[in-house]
Design a protein around this ligand. Structure first.
Ligand code: NOJ
Length: 530
């Protein structure tokens, strides 16, 4: 039985199920494929996997439009396969975290089909409906996160329904106690099957302003992304009442042994707002830090986000870090711009900050975004905004397992749901054999983290360092420095022994007069006297 707070010291590995491993040759990853790859994940050293949605969905938004919250999308398997996955993962001390989408359902969910059938239907009030304005226009000015108005007129019943994302994703009405009860049952259904917890989609946004007030327009002090969106989304997300729901879910998660984890997709762009979702250790245990993901890859900027997060996250709270996911360009293409040295520095930060790292599948081998043609696109955002780079398919392409036809992902000759990237350039099989590969570097980092309590639980303190360098101490005897600059540097605050460096040849080197780092080099050092 894992300890109550196992996730604090553990590493979560994010699996995009469509792209991890295809076990039946249909070109789409599935749950049996994930089971087949558990030995790899155990070898890598992860403690939990988080799977993007595997529930029944017409796939208007890749599973984030759920038509049945308690059944498995047939292309992935069935409930029996999930049970086997949970059991097989547990045998390897790996917890299984699923994705839940409480903000909205699919427009094909029976609740919504009933809701739109008449104004008097049993489920009408499970969604957010409002009358048109006298001129027939939408009830207020809210915009969808995917562009265009957040309202669609339902011709049959003459009212608009709200959708913060696609029209195929109607927002549920979280003011309705029946919706709250229904989701309690959904959580229990999965918790009882043994899932370790949930990543909660749009955790910051499920409750909407009861009066449906207009969002204010951006002011000159607002950041560029607010201007790009066209309004400050203060009434359709981040309402104070969301905390009541999070507390309710936490209380439910705490009735299990060990307590189930709630990992929120708290998509807010400042650390202060993100910190609110921890509550008084009675809301989310982990709230994703998107300020870090979107920070520039510069020492001062990253250090400042971490410093602020350390200040803001309540003392008994626990940060969570990630550098890629299924919604943003991969770290190899974004921060590292194709440079292996930079990639390793990014991964070093991910695995050595105080907090739980969430590692996106393929980042351990440095998979870049895959260039795609218009005809390849699956993501509604990609199709809508082509050729603008807003689509999310490039970071969702199949895992590179080997340099064989099908890349080890699917059988030779099968057409994968998205094209494979350059599997010859980077794949697990080759990198496993090469002791100096990024894969073995990541595995070494994970092993070092396991061996050193400082890296798992030690406090974070920033250390003095030259411009362009970010250095910090963890616990009593471990320090880390990243030279995020084109100049060689010396970090005098660090003495001891190199445990791991992004350039492996230095491991074990004694540091008596300050740590010398080449451009874009990073290292973990032990300051224990040996
Ligand atoms: C966040 C998910 O990560 C994203 O992929 C999805 O499109 C939106 N929420 C809507 O569910």
């Amino acid at each position: 039985m894992p300890s109550e707070k196992w996730w604090r010291e553990g590493i979560i590995y994010q699996i995009y199920p469509r792209s991890f491993q295809d076990s039946n040759g249909d070109g789409i990853g599935d749950l049996r494929g994930v089971i087949d790859r558990l030995d790899y994940l155990q070898w890598l050293g992860v403690d939990a996997i988080w799977l993007n949605p595997i529930t029944v969905s017409p796939d208007a938004d890749a599973g984030y439009d759920v038509a049945d919250y308690c059944a498995v999308q047939p292309v992935f398997g069935d409930l029996g396969t999930v049970d086997r996955l949970i059991a097989e993962a547990a045998k390897r001390d790996i917890g299984t975290v699923l994705d839940i989408v409480p903000n909205h359902s699919s427009d094909r969910h029976p609740w919504f089909i009933d809701a739109r059938s008449s104004r008097a239907s049993a489920h009408r009030d499970w969604y957010v409906w409002a009358d048109p304005k006298p001129d027939g226009s939408p009830p207020n000015n809210w915009l969808s996160a995917f562009g265009g108005p957040a309202w669609t007129l339902d011709a049959l019943t003459g009212q608009y329904y709200l959708h913060n994302f696609l029209p195929e994703q109607p927002d549920l009405n979280w003011w309705n106690p029946a919706v709250r009860d229904a989701f309690d049952d959904i959580y229990r259904f999965w918790f009882d099957r043994g899932v370790a917890g949930f990543r909660i989609d749009v955790a910051h946004g499920i409750v909407k302003d009861k009066e449906l007030r207009d969002n204010p327009l951006p002011t000159k002090d607002d950041p560029p992304w607010v201007h790009a969106h066209g309004q400050r989304s203060v009434y359709n997300v981040e309402r104070p009442e969301v905390h009541d729901v999070l507390r309710r879910w936490r209380a439910l998660a705490n009735t299990y042994d060990p307590p189930r984890i709630l990992l929120g997709e708290t998509y807010v762009r400042d650390v202060r707002s993100m910190g609110l979702f921890y509550g008084k250790d009675d809301e989310l245990q982990l709230a994703f830090n998107f300020t870090y993901v979107h920070a520039p890859f510069e020492a001062a900027a990253l250090a400042s986000v971490v410093d602020e997060s350390e200040t803001i996250i309540p003392l008994d709270g626990w940060p969570v870090w990630t550098v890629s996911n299924h919604d943003v360009s991969r770290v190899m293409s974004r921060w590292a711009v194709g440079d292996e040295r930079k990639l390793r520095c990014a991964l070093l930060s991910l695995l050595t900050l105080r907090g739980t790292p969430v590692l996106y599948y393929g980042d351990e081998i440095g998979m870049p975004d895959t260039r795609l043609r218009k005809a390849d696109l699956q993501d509604p955002l990609g199709k809508r905004y082509w050729p603008a780079p807003r689509g999310r398919d490039p970071e969702r392409t199949p895992m590179h397992w080997s340099d064989t036809p099908g890349g080890g992902f699917t059988k030779a000759g099968a057409r994968s749901w998205l094209p494979l990237g350059d599997v010859a350039a980077r794949n697990v099989a080759d990198q496993r054999r090469d002791p100096s590969s990024t894969l073995n570097f990541v595995r070494g980092l994970i092993a070092t983290r396991r061996q050193r309590p400082d890296l798992r639980t030690g406090a974070y303190h920033q250390l003095p360092a030259p411009a362009g360098v970010w250095a910090w101490q963890r616990g009593r005897e471990t320090s880390i420095a990243l030279n995020l600059s084109d100049e060689p540097v010396s970090v005098v605050a660090i003495r001891g022994t190199v445990l791991i460096s992004t350039m492996r040849s230095r491991d074990g080197e004694r540091i008596d007069r300050g740590l010398e780092l080449a451009p874009w080099e990073g290292a973990i050092c032990s300051s224990a006297s040996t």
